[in-house]
Design a protein around this ligand. Structure first.
Ligand code: AN0
Ligand code: CP
Length: 317
């Protein structure tokens, strides 16, 4: 594996799960692999889990790690080509990228959808410039359209907790006051299409995702109906994708909040969320604090997914 931008690049899933299991059980077995190798983690957006879990994963592999928050301390970066740079941005991304490539062996990038230009977002303009111009293997720490390290951790978690060969997994939209990217739900949908499960997506009208990601999912507009018999409830907010409404908040309807009544419709489902989560908007206190909530082990698996992926990249160097 050279670049990692989608869970589709995991290849054979059973082998990927086996590699993840080995990493989880033997976190320090590959300390020699990363010796004298440097990971640069570059953040255009905030992070708690990705920052800590990816750094921990790299340290477990014996790597040195440099973290840069682009918006705090670095020069403000221009990203548009052809601009006369007489404004407030002293440096262009097209110089910054190859320079950063000189100082490391692998680059992790977080660059969310900006909701300014749908084409730029869905062509992964920024992430692809890193792949094209850094000269280094690049992995996504949530880019415009996907969050593959999160999804891989989610897949590992479902694999660990499932009680049936083919569990029913329901991804539900839930309300949130701000416009959030589609990266997590797109990527989760992509992952569930690869797994052996019955996959249902439920959301209000107008929140349809790109079919390139939802694939074979059943779309159910009645949330209660979707929850019936579910084994996993995966909650997430996202802003509208379709048409003119791209990047807009169409609803903050709290009747979509995941609560105990709705969880009662499931087959004692586990509750999942990538975090950070807004309590009593996305999910009630009661549900997130219930024994069925597995958000913490899910977050813990972020070290496992990152370490499995970085190890594969190190092996390819
Ligand atoms: C981000 C999102 O929804 O993509 C990151 C989630 C991992 N969430 C927020 O910005 C709150
Ligand atoms: N789930 C996740 O990626 O969290 P952070 O945004 O805190 O990294």
């Amino acid at each position: 594996m050279r670049h990692f931008t989608s869970v589709r690049q995991l290849g054979n899933l059973q082998e990927a799960f086996a590699k993840a299991k080995y990493v989880k059980e033997n976190p320090f077995a590959d300390q020699a692999l990363g010796k004298n190798r440097t990971l640069l983690m570059l953040f255009f957006n905030s992070s708690l889990r990705t920052r800590l879990s990816t750094q921990k994963a790299a340290m477990n592999l014996g790597m040195n790690v440099i973290v840069l928050d682009v918006n705090q301390g670095a020069w403000k970066l221009e990203t548009e080509r052809g601009v006369i740079m007489d404004g407030d941005k002293p440096e262009h991304l097209l110089e910054a990228i190859p320079v950063m490539g000189c100082y490391c062996d692998i680059i992790g990038v977080r660059s969310f959808a900006r909701f300014e230009n749908k084409e730029d977002d869905y062509n992964e303009k920024i992430l692809n410039e890193f792949i094209q111009y850094s000269g280094r293997p690049v992995f996504s720490m949530e880019a415009a359209t996907r969050h593959p390290l999160q999804t891989f951790a989610d897949m590992i978690t479902i694999e660990e907790y499932r009680k049936k060969d083919k569990p029913k997994v329901v991804m539900t939209w839930a309300p949130h006051p701000k416009a959030l990217p589609q990266a997590v739900p797109n990527s989760f949908a992509e992952g569930m299409n690869l797994m052996d499960c019955e996959f249902v997506i439920t959301h209000p009208h107008g929140y349809e995702l790109d079919p390139a990601f939802t694939g074979n999912a059943r779309i159910e507009y009645d949330q209660d109906k979707a929850f019936e018999g579910a084994d996993f409830i995966y909650a997430k907010n996202w802003a509208a994708y379709a048409g003119e409404n791209y990047g807009k908040v169409l609803s903050t309807d709290r009747s979509w909040t995941v609560d105990s009544r709705k969880m009662g419709l499931t087959d004692n489902a586990f509750f999942m969320h990538c975090l950070p989560v807004r309590r009593n908007m996305i999910v009630t206190d009661e549900v997130i604090e219930s024994p069925q909530s597995i958000v913490i082990p899910e977050a813990a698996n972020r070290v496992v997914s990152a370490q499995t992926v970085i190890k594969e990249i190190l092996l390819s160097l």
